[in-house]
Write a protein that binds this ligand. Structure first.
Ligand code: 13P
Length: 252
């Protein structure tokens, strides 16, 4: 069954104490919530992951990382491996965020390796794709997204691919306050689902969650999530406030 997911990408924000407060506030808001669908996910900075997994242990909140090393283990100073993430009980990890593609030069080949290492350790990649504004203006946005997905995901067999979550995040909408219209989001999500259908068949295509990210907030979430191919959101700024994030989570 296709899962609805609202995931928060905290990026490089919050102190340890602020992280604890935010999780506490989310737990309070979630207290009366018995829903497993949609699933709430919080992707915190590395130093707060264990706190997050401990605090959310008995709740319906899942925890994810924002990055992972493509290597298994060894002399890679400063890196964090998928087996480490698995050992603290993480369910998800963001891969291929546009900020990592841009500032850390992450290539499709590298992202493919990160996807593989996560799946090998039973962590679901939240794979981000999306075009720059220039690419949309040139009307090559479908080609860009197709290439990103094909190069980093389509080497997977069907069984492995079914554990991937896709997040469409048009780069021009991230942190800008300019959201894709519901129509633009639906159009791209349907395109992505169709790519999956051509590669893996209709059943797999119907089972994959495709999230929207980019200035999604408490005001516009309902309209975006009402689209048949939008299965939730990957939320940046608005995931840093418990009330806003919870409001988005309730916007189906
Ligand atoms: P904003 O919601 O702040 O635009 O960020 C979106 C994003 O990059 C989530 O990964």
């Amino acid at each position: 069954m296709r899962k609805k997911i609202v995931a928060g990408n905290w990026k490089m924000n919050k102190s340890f104490q602020e992280a604890e407060e935010l999780i506490e506030d989310l737990l309070d808001l979630m207290e009366d919530n018995a829903l497993e669908n949609p699933e709430m996910v919080i992707c915190t900075p590395f130093p707060y992951l264990e706190l997050a997994t401990d605090m959310t242990d008995e709740s319906l909140i899942s925890v994810g990382a924002q990055n992972v090393s493509e290597h298994e283990s060894g002399a890679y100073t400063g890196e964090v491996s998928a087996s480490m993430l698995n050992s603290i009980g993480l369910n998800y990890c963001i891969v291929g965020h546009s900020e990592r593609r841009k500032y850390f030069n992450e290539s499709s080949q590298l992202l493919k390796e990160k996807v593989d290492v996560l799946l090998n350790h039973n962590i679901q990649p939240i794979f981000c794709c999306g075009e720059l504004i220039e690419e949309r203006e040139k009307e090559i946005h479908f080609d860009i997204v197709k290439t990103q997905i094909t190069e980093s995901l389509f080497h997977l067999n069907k069984e492995a691919f079914e554990n991937v979550v896709i997040a469409y995040e048009p780069v021009w909408a991230i942190g800008t306050g300019v959201t894709a219209t519901a129509g633009q989001a639906q159009e791209m999500h349907a395109f992505i689902r169709n790519l999956i259908k051509e590669q893996y068949g209709e059943e797999t295509a119907n089972n994959i969650s495709i999230l929207y990210g980019g200035s999604c907030n408490a005001k516009n979430a309902r309209e975006l999530f009402a689209n048949p191919d939008v299965d939730g959101g990957l939320i940046g700024g608005a995931s840093l406030k418990a009330d806003d994030f919870y409001h988005i989570y309730k916007s189906f």
